[in-house]
Design a protein around this ligand. Structure first.
Ligand code: ARG
Ligand code: ZN
Length: 878
């Protein structure tokens, strides 16, 4: 490692701030490359902090425009020092005082997209986690809460729209074609929730009347000409506001709620108080430009950011270790919202698919960390699937353990006890312990122990006494820095199915409720008085985020797939059965044999297709085989991505051949010539039709190319167009190039739509793909400066093209290493995200593992790496 190792921050070393800032008055003059920010801070010593210590204000890539003023007096040069990372006032008064600071910055040169930067026709900000220090010197930590008054000044033509947090209080004209606006946010907040926008933007307006009758003005700002693409986001916003009132009793608390969509954004969106800033990908949609998946993503992210108003903003985090306090909880809330808006089982299945594909993989590799990490070098690297998605699973388990009513009461305690404050996980959990009169200390292990627990379920049956005994054994694997683990509290929803497929009444032990709580390393549960050996359905609804192995036979699995009253476990049973075949098949392929199949799996597919009770969205999930990532994760080590690909496509072909007739009928029966509507029902039908198409075309022959091309050509919406193009992209026939060319012609100039075009090409599982990706980097549709473009092309290649990124010759790894090294100085956060593709490099077979290690070492040896990238390479190679 040529660069210095970044310093670690530790949870155990938390100390309250020495100073507090009660009020912030900001004056921001936006004027091309000489933006001036003047801040007046009302500061006082924190009675809980140390006394007689210097005041250290964080700063990053900013400079003072002049000496700071303390209570209106200029500080002498001896009284303070400005360093690259701080402004230090050596001996501040031991009483409340005001400090006035003016800093200079150049938003147009800000390529890191943290702090104040330029995106298209707007200036905008991103401050979480530590971006506010790139705007002005400040105590940049979430436990310093202040009220803000913000004045923004800019050219009227350049920036007719001037927005900040809170309520608008004043606006007016100034000489020389300039104007200003003043915003006041009455709610104390940490500086990471600060936001400012100035620009020339179009707007869509609406309103919402809260449960207590207050009128809220809603506005979504987008690029001019794209206003009509914001209506779905607006609708989702209103539904979110209503849902949070109905389900959590949370009312909105300002006169306005503004959303601004920008095209350059490092993440998905940001919950700044009263002024959410969004990646435009999560705002803009029309039937012609967005897929059903995009619509669902918009609905979820709009809800997520809105829900942060209470879980994150009104109650924030004491320090960044507590990130899951707001993120896990808010993901849980947005998942529940989607489940209520759409199909609960389908939402659960897709959340679990995502959890396993990303979080389980993260948890099994070098980047594994607890839901609440206890140390970090760069906090931006902890906006992870573990903090977000596993964090949400932990909340879901809490609800399962104490029951819905106690959970709601606990949430009420949380809102009333901690409103206006910065809280910790312990304080949050105490609310639920009190609400349920339960000791949750063992449950807290879910926050501190990394790794996916493994539960093995075995059973025995005593015919004479009619007793079914279930033995459960849990283990938690080692993870970096955690060799020894304690048993966790694992809530397992379950049922026992009788011979006719009905749920049997369950008596005995602590199992009346259909919930087993496994809180020891090993435990047995007996069920008596049964007439015949039951079939176990366990971890229903995926009540615990664990890896489960059972002694269920394949016939048991097919029985569950058909009869389980829990739709999630019907899906799970088919996935498990398919995974078993696929893993045997991978071994066969590596031994030089043909891929395997299992006729019983095909029968199960056929009976699912024939079952009129299954709704289309669920059937689409039932018919989708485990992904290559699922298979790799299950295999765990010595992974050969080519063999996995061969096994999977082989099984898909065999299944498709078996149910060919039924698939063709299904496909034909689902045609919809009506106008496009993004509602869940219509989306479910399109999803099923796309799944049918994908299976029918598994042969990847001439007929497949023709059918997929016809599907593509007949499409009257982006969802169908993309499902045709996605299938075609895997078929090396002239129709493929024709369709890609046609798509480009149709959507030329529409960057968000072309991202789909870039991604599909990047994930083609063929040897020519890396060269194609290199060519596309020179295409006019691509730009290394825009995070969406980088993720669409390079991110998709690295994260979603297992065979080509993991090429046996290492060219995929070398390519990504070059990109990361090149991008790091410009945008370290995006560079670091790309490195996530190495999250399971040690699980690869030895040849590929060696090449991956070589690429990682080359990055590690690069001069002046950012803390973001160096932290990840250190951990990857540890
Ligand atoms: N709080 C935002 C959200 O989840 C994400 C912001 C992440 N920012 C970052 N720089 N890592 O809604
Ligand atoms: Zn969030």
């Amino acid at each position: 490692m040529r660069s210095e190792e970044p310093r670690s921050v530790r949870l155990s070393e938390y100390r309250p701030p020495d100073y507090l800032i009660d009020q912030v008055d900001l004056d921001v003059v936006l004027d091309g490359d000489k933006t001036l920010v003047t801040s007046v801070l009302e500061i006082r010593p924190n009675p809980e902090g140390r006394s007689n210590v210097p005041l250290v204000l964080d700063g990053d890539e900013i400079t003072l425009a002049g000496p700071p003023l303390l209570d209106n007096d200029e500080l002498t040069p001896e009284a303070y020092v400005e360093t690259p990372q701080a402004l230090r006032i050596h001996m501040p008064p031991k009483r409340a005082f005001s400090l006035k600071i003016t800093t200079k910055l150049d938003p147009a040169k800000n390529t890191k997209l943290m702090g104040l930067y330029r995106s298209g026709a707007a200036y905008c900000t991103q401050c979480e986690a530590e971006g506010f220090r790139r705007i002005t010197y400040f105590i940049d930590r979430p436990d310093v809460l202040s009220t803000y008054r913000v004045r923004i000044e800019a050219g009227r033509k350049e920036a007719p729209v001037l927005l900040s947090n809170g309520n608008p209080v004043e606006a007016g004209l100034l000489p020389n074609g300039r104007h200003y606006a003043v915003w006041d946010d009455p709610w104390p907040k940490p500086c990471y929730l600060f936001a400012l926008v100035g620009g020339d933007l179009g707007v869509v307006r609406d309103s919402f009347v809260t449960v207590s009758g207050r009128h809220v003005g809603l506005a979504i700002y987008v690029e001019h000409g794209k206003e009509d693409r914001a209506s779905y986001a607006m609708d989702a916003l209103k539904r979110s506001m209503k849902w949070d009132e109905d389900v959590f009793g949370r009312e909105y608390d300002l006169q306005v709620f503004n959303i601004v969509a920008v095209s350059d954004f490092n993440m998905g969106a940001m919950e700044n108080k009263g002024l959410n800033v969004f990646n435009d990908k999560y705002v803009l949609a029309s039937g012609d430009t967005a897929t059903d998946g995009d619509y669902a993503g918009i609905e979820a992210v709009i809800a997520h950011e809105y829900f942060h108003n209470w879980t994150g903003n009104r109650i924030t985090c004491r320090d960044w270790f507590q990130l899951c306090l707001k993120e896990g909880l808010t993901v849980f809330r947005d998942q529940e919202f989607t489940a209520d808006m759409r199909s609960r089982p389908v939402e659960r299945i897709s959340d679990v698919r995502g959890l396993r594909a990303i979080q389980f993989v993260e948890d099994a590799g070098p980047f594994a960390h607890p839901v609440r990490p206890d140390t970090y070098r760069e906090i931006n690297n902890f906006y992870t699937a573990t903090v977000y998605e596993k964090g949400a699973e932990v909340i879901r388990m809490l609800q399962a353990l104490i029951g819905r009513d106690a959970f709601r009461l606990g949430m009420e305690f949380y809102f009333s006890r901690h409103d206006g404050r910065a809280a910790t996980i312990e304080e949050f959990i105490a609310c639920f312990a009190d609400a349920s009169a339960t000791d949750l200390s063992q449950f807290l292990l879910w926050y501190s122990q990394a790794g996916t627990p493994e539960v093995a379920a075995t059973s025995s049956w005593d015919e004479d006494t009619g007793t079914y005994t279930l033995n459960l054994l849990q283990t938690v694997p080692k993870t970096p820095g955690q060799d020894i683990k304690k048993p966790m509290v694992i809530p397992l929803a379950f049922g026992l199915l009788g011979m006719d497929g009905e749920d049997l009444p369950i008596g005995g032990d602590n199992a009346e409720s259909g919930l087993i709580v496994l809180n020891k390393a090993e435990h047995s549960f007996a069920f008596r008085g049964l007439n015949s050996r039951p079939v176990l359905s366990i971890n229903r609804t995926f009540s615990a985020p664990v890896k489960l192995t059972t002694d269920l036979t394949e016939n048991d699995l097919f029985f569950l797939a058909r009869y389980d009253s829990d739709p999630f476990n019907r899906w799970q049973a088919l996935q498990t059965a398919a995974l078993r075949v696929l893993i045997r098949s991978v071994h066969a392929v590596r031994g030089g044999n043909r891929p395997l199949n299992d006729p019983r799996l095909a029968e199960a597919f056929a009976s699912a297709i024939a079952d009129p009770e299954i709704d289309p969205a669920l059937l689409a999930q039932l018919l989708a085989l485990p992904s290559e990532t699922d298979i790799a994760r299950e295999i765990g080590n010595d992974v050969d991505p080519d063999a996995i690909y061969a096994a999977r496509i082989g099984l898909k072909r065999a299944l498709a051949r078996f149910v060919r007739g039924a698939l063709a009928d299904l496909y034909r029966g689902l045609v919809n010539d009506g106008p496009y509507s993004p509602d869940a029902r219509a989306a479910g039908r399109r999803a099923l039709r796309a799944t049918a198409l994908d299976l029918i075309c598994a042969e990847q022959d001439d007929a497949s190319a023709m059918l997929a091309f016809a599907h593509y050509s007949a499409a009257n919406n982006m969802t169908d167009r993309m499902s045709g193009l996605a299938v075609l992209s895997g078929i090396d026939r002239p129709e493929r190039d024709q369709a890609f060319a046609d798509f480009y012609k149709r959507h030329k100039g529409d960057a968000l739509v072309l991202d789909k075009w870039l991604s599909l090409q990047a994930v083609i599982p063929e040897a020519g793909t890396l060269d194609r990706v290199r060519r596309l980097m020179k295409h006019e549709a691509f730009s290394m400066a825009n995070p969406n473009r980088v993720r669409a092309l390079i991110g998709a290649f690295a994260a979603s093209n297992p065979t080509q990124f993991n090429r046996a010759d290492g060219a995929g790894f070398d390519f990504l290493a070059d990109i990361v090294i090149d991008l790091d100085p410009k945008n370290p956060q995006v560079a670091a995200r790309l490195l996530g593709a190495f999250r399971s490099w040690r699980a690869l077979e030895p040849g590929r593992r060696g090449r991956a290690e070589f690429a990682l070492k080359r990055i590690a040896a690069t001069d002046k790496l950012s803390p973001d990238v160096s932290d990840l390479v250190i951990r990857a190679l540890a």
